[in-house]
Design a protein around this ligand. Structure first.
Ligand code: ADP
Ligand code: PMV
Ligand code: MG
Length: 397
């Protein structure tokens, strides 16, 4: 239960291959990113529920008695495998005054929070009056899994606050993690938060946020890849905002309209994920230049497929052209339609070439940074382990 404040964090993610195809049962390879979302929860002391979301400029406050009027609509939903229902979403939209139609950023975050707060309270016992702050290093809506990191943090904090899972011992630890069966429960609830935000998510994003590392994800089956090399990735944010929910829906419509055309493309993306996994394993054992050449070719082929299924964007084409001019290979990551792209860097890629590419990308108005991948999944932090900028965001200093 929540006697003391609690701070959790979860990583964003990069999908190497398989975005969108993974929604339709194909394999995806995803890696946890060393950019994290942090959530601090503490008893409110006044019976209110208060959540502050500085990344999206939202602060929301309800009296617990107001929220209890909604609990009956959620008590029937006692099986974690059941998706958020239209009736529940309509009830939440009516309660919050959120208009029907496609909710905006703040509305999606509010609905996801209230859905998890009420469903978890209904199933495991009332989450007490709490104050929550969520602050992220991840750009929101850019294809790096910010919605999943948000959902994983909410699930971990609320399940711990109501006693559905334990509070990992922090004594002397800078970070601590829950046991596997409790991480699995966090992941299943985070998936439902993603369903509120994404509509029809595959579950790959919240799985990477929960488990961390490098995963193969296919139809709910999660396989942690142990023998993978350290990959150098240049991340580029085109800063073109887009909605994952609408992009995922658009691909589904195209599949329904042109099944004979689209299904072979999805099958090819599936084969790319499988081939990439084999090459990564070979690289880990005996790194050869040829292996990187194959990875670069797979990036190019997959990027073309993503354009075919309708999730490309002119800004992403500019990233591909700018990096290709420097002999580098890129593809979009996440839902596409703008957002982020990833560029593969070989271990011996000339740093001057990378800087030149970053200058060219900057001239397009894009933000780029080299990153490491394979971060840890959701964890509990001791206050002393938090970076100053996180504490600042939590107004602790
Ligand atoms: N730090 C955050 N604070 C509040 N809401 C967030 C945060 N990060 C993500 N979200 C929610 O997730 C949504 C973005 O999800 P999505 O469109 O899937 O983009 P992404 O590619 O970042 O996952 C935002 O509109 C917002 O509702
Ligand atoms: C497009 C998709 O494959 C990944 C979405 O990633 P993001 O929300 O744009 O970070 C959707 C999904 O797998 O749920
Ligand atoms: Mg998302």
């Amino acid at each position: 239960m929540l006697a003391e404040p609690l701070t959790v964090s979860a990583p964003g993610k990069v999908i190497l291959h398989g975005e969108h195809a993974v929604v339709h049962g194909k394999a995806a390879l995803a890696v946890a990113l060393n950019l994290r979302t942090f959530l601090r929860i503490r008893p409110s002391g006044n019976g209110n529920v208060f959540i502050r979301l500085p990344n999206i400029g939202a602060s929301l406050n309800w009296e617990i008695v107001q929220l209890q009027t909604l609990l009956t609509a959620f008590s029937a939903d006692l099986d974690e495998s059941i998706s958020p229902s239209t009736e529940q979403m309509d009830k939440l939209k009516e309660f919050t005054g959120i208009a029907t139609g496609h909710p905006d950023t703040q509305s999606l975050a509010t609905l996801a929070f209230l859905y998890l707060y009420l469903s978890i309270s209904a199933k495991y016992g009332q989450v007490p009056g709490v104050e929550i702050v969520v602050w992220s290093e991840l750009p929101t809506g850019a294809g790096l899994g910010s919605s999943a990191a948000y959902s994983v943090c909410l699930a971990a904090a609320l399940l711990t606050a109501c006693g559905a899972i334990g509070r990992p011992p922090e004594e002397g630890m800078s970070v601590a993690r829950w046991p596997e069966e409790e991480l699995d429960l966090i992941n299943r609830w985070a998936f439902r938060g993603e369903q509120v935000i994404h509509g029809k998510p595959s579950g790959v994003d919240n799985s990477v946020g929960t488990w961390g590392g490098v995963l193969r994800f296919q139809s709910g089956k999660i396989t942690s890849l142990k023998r993978v090399p350290t990959l150098r990735i240049l991340l580029t944010n085109t800063k073109v905002s887009r909605s994952t929910k609408l992009l995922v829906a658009g691909v589904k419509d195209k599949i329904l309209k042109f099944p004979a055309i689209m299904n072979p493309v999805l099958a090819s993306i599936d084969a790319i994920s499988q081939e990439c996994e084999s090459v990564l394993e070979a690289l880990a054992v005996n790194p050869l230049q040829e292996h990187y050449s194959v990875l670069e070719e797979l990036f190019d082929i997959n990027q073309h497929h993503l354009n075919v299924i309708g999730v490309g964007h002119s800004s992403l084409d500019r990233v591909c052209r700018a990096t290709a001019a420097r002999g580098l290979h890129s593809k979009l990551t996440g839902a596409g339609g703008g957002g982020c792209a990833i560029t593969l860097l070989r271990p011996d890629t000339d740093p001057l070439m990378v800087e030149a590419a970053r200058r060219d990308l900057g001239a397009c108005g894009f933000e780029s940074w080299e990153t490491n991948i394979g971060a840890s999944g959701v964890c509990l932090h001791s206050l002393s382990s938090l970076k100053a900028e996180v504490l600042q965001a939590f107004n602790e200093i």
